[in-house]
Design a protein around this ligand. Structure first.
Ligand SMILES: Cc1ncc(C[n+]2csc(CCOP(=O)(O)OP(=O)(O)O)c2C)c(N)n1
Ligand SMILES: [Mg+2]
Length: 325
């Protein structure tokens, strides 16, 4: 008999959010201590979007991610230790330590890859949806994209093709208020992205990205539409990031005084979900504390493994890449 996970789905969501939060807070500290190479964009603050969307997906559904991709990878079920090794550029990483933070991919988990190109994952996700349609499966594909990426032509083209080909794809815009240091008041004229979907006939909704249950429910509706042949949808989720655009680079002078403190104290999606679980009796504080302890141990072990793992073998330099000699 296959083992079934009897944990309440909303506690599983808590675990996912908590894992992302601890993973990201720890990476922030490790980066500051000089232990992490390459460019790292942290997802903390936006956990409810990845966790809510992926809670509505099946194991063999697809997600294509962004440069801020750790949360999507964890929520889609990628191995946390293999991710940590990858971000440290070590052998045993999910891509052999040769991709790093912005190229985490695990096809066995339906994770088509983080992507250094803004909106680069969007046409890939639409392509995966086309493949599912051609193969006659009921798989659904999600395209995560930032508010800045949503201004790319590839996003508009993918929306139109997804509509005219009726593809089983869900576009998930993560509007975190900024594209690097440029606010949405400037680059989106303060508007939502959702009307752009509606303009080409794609059902589109604005979602509170701090409320994981609101995200999960909106995603479930969109996924059900896609799976039953109803075609694409767009979720325009609002949630700001806790950290700067990129580790070691961003003094965040473009953010208002006290903005991040207010975000953490008033709009922490993990605290909001925790309060709800406790208030409605879905979980007790001891149960959540046990999850917290398990997650802390998992991330700690992942960092220990990453620190001690060897670099990739130079003999592997040309494996798993397109270069031919
Ligand atoms: C095609 C392209 N243009 C420019 C960049 C440089 N760049 C990296 S991240 C970024 C901003 C992306 O903003 P957004 O899509 O809102 O994502 P966020 O960083 O807020 O998660 C830019 C312009 C890039 N990676 N790709
Ligand atoms: Mg953004």
């Amino acid at each position: 008999m296959p083992q079934r996970d009897s944990t309440h789905p909303e506690i599983r969501i808590y675990r996912t959010m908590r894992t992302i939060r601890v993973f990201e807070e720890r990476l922030h500290a490790e980066f500051a201590a000089g232990g992490v190479p390459g460019a790292v964009h942290l997802y903390a603050g936006q956990e409810a979007i990845a966790a809510g969307v992926c809670a509505a997906l099946a194991d063999d559904d697809y997600v294509a991610s962004t440069h801020r991709g750790h949360g999507h990878a964890i929520a889609k079920g990628c191995d946390v230790t293999a991710m940590m090794l990858e971000i440290h550029g070590k052998a045993g990483g999910v891509c052999g330590g040769k991709g790093g933070s912005m190229h985490i991919a695990d096809f066995d988990r339906g994770m088509l890859g983080a992507n250094g190109v803004a909106a680069g994952g969007v046409p890939l996700s639409a392509g995966a949806a086309l493949s599912a349609k051609v193969r006659g499966t009921d798989q659904v594909s999600v395209a995560f994209v930032g508010d800045g990426g949503a201004n790319q032509g590839a996003f508009a083209e993918s929306l139109v093709l997804a509509r005219v080909w009726n593809l089983p794809v869900v576009f998930v815009v993560e509007d975190n208020g900024y594209a690097q240091a440029t606010g949405t008041r400037f680059h989106l004229d303060g508007r939502d992205v959702a009307p752009r979907g509606e303009a080409v006939g794609v059902p589109s909704v604005v979602v509170d990205g701090y409320d994981v249950i609101a995200v999960r429910d909106a995603a479930a509706e969109a996924v059900a539409r896609a799976r039953s042949g109803g075609g694409p949808s767009l979720l325009d989720c609002k949630a700001h990031r806790f950290f700067g655009h990129m580790e070691g680079w961003d003094q965040q002078g473009y953010r208002g005084a006290g903005e991040v403190d207010r975000l953490r104290s008033e709009h922490d999606c993990l605290a909001i979900h925790t309060r709800r679980l406790l208030a409605d009796g879905t979980a007790g504080s001891a149960e959540l504390a046990a999850v917290d302890a398990e997650v802390a141990e998992l991330v700690d072990a992942a960092v220990t493994a990453a620190r001690s793992a060897p670099d990739p073998d130079p003999a592997e330099l040309l494996t798993d890449v397109y270069a031919a000699v």
